[in-house]
Design a protein around this ligand. Structure first.
Ligand code: E4P
Length: 218
């Protein structure tokens, strides 16, 4: 399973990259705003800065919601860097835009996906990634992981090449369960990756190993 980090914070991206297990980055307009990145030129520059830190795909989201402007924005984003994947919302014009981009060889990430039917449409349009938001489903008492399982089954039934990018991951158990189901990618905060490191028996065991080493080598 690929690990993407879901942030526009350059320090956190650098930290995840330094760990050596990062495969890409996802951003969205809220994450850009959180970092205080405003204005078209600053936003575009920030995407390039992110691409220069990571080796993998970087999702950059269009703001337009109509086909013509999504295409215009998406083409501008795709020209920024070869790592850019154009993130397009799951709406009617979004599906048209994904099909357009697919035909032009521009890779897309279909975002704001909350149902298996939406995921099926995204795959039919040729999206490189589909982003089901599991945390936001959990937030409204709907099993987000169940959606990942449904999409996995549908995509496997028809050999769709669209990768399932489990999004809105909030914690390590989401990561582990997504891996068990067979999501191709997960995107979450840095803590959802570094949290996988933690186990008290590792800490206790290491402390004991170092203590015993010191006894024999002092
Ligand atoms: C996906 O690409 C989104 O940016 C993201 O995962 C949304 O997560 P949230 O529900 O924690 O905001």
């Amino acid at each position: 399973m690929k690990f993407f980090i879901d942030t526009a914070n350059l320090q956190q991206i650098e930290e995840a990259q330094a760990l050596g297990v990062l495969d890409g980055v996802t951003t969205n307009p809220s994450l850009m705003a959180k970092e205080g990145i405003t204005g078209r030129n600053n936003i575009l520059k920030h995407y390039v800065d992110i691409c220069n830190i990571v080796e993998g795909d970087v999702s950059a989201e269009v703001i337009a919601t109509d086909f013509e402007n999504m295409v215009k924005e998406g083409e501008e984003l795709a020209e920024l860097h070869e790592q850019i994947v154009v993130k397009v919302p799951m709406i009617k014009d979004g599906i048209k835009a994904i099909k357009y981009f697919t035909d032009k060889g521009i890779r897309t990430n279909c975002t704001l996906v909350f149902s298996a039917g939406q995921a099926l449409l995204a795959a039919k349009a040729g999206a490189a990634y589909v982003s089901p938001f599991i945390g936001r489903l959990d937030d409204i008492s709907t099993d987000g992981l169940n959606l990942i399982a449904e999409i996995r089954q549908i995509y496997d039934n028809y050999d769709f090449s669209t990768e399932i990018l489990a999004a809105s991951v909030r914690h390590t158990m989401h990561v582990i369960e997504c891996a068990k189901i067979g999501a191709d990618v997960m995107t979450g905060p840095l803590s959802s990756i570094t949290g996988l490191l933690k186990h008290p028996l590792t800490d206790i065991g290491l402390e004991k190993f170092l203590e015993d080493y010191k006894k024999g080598n002092s």
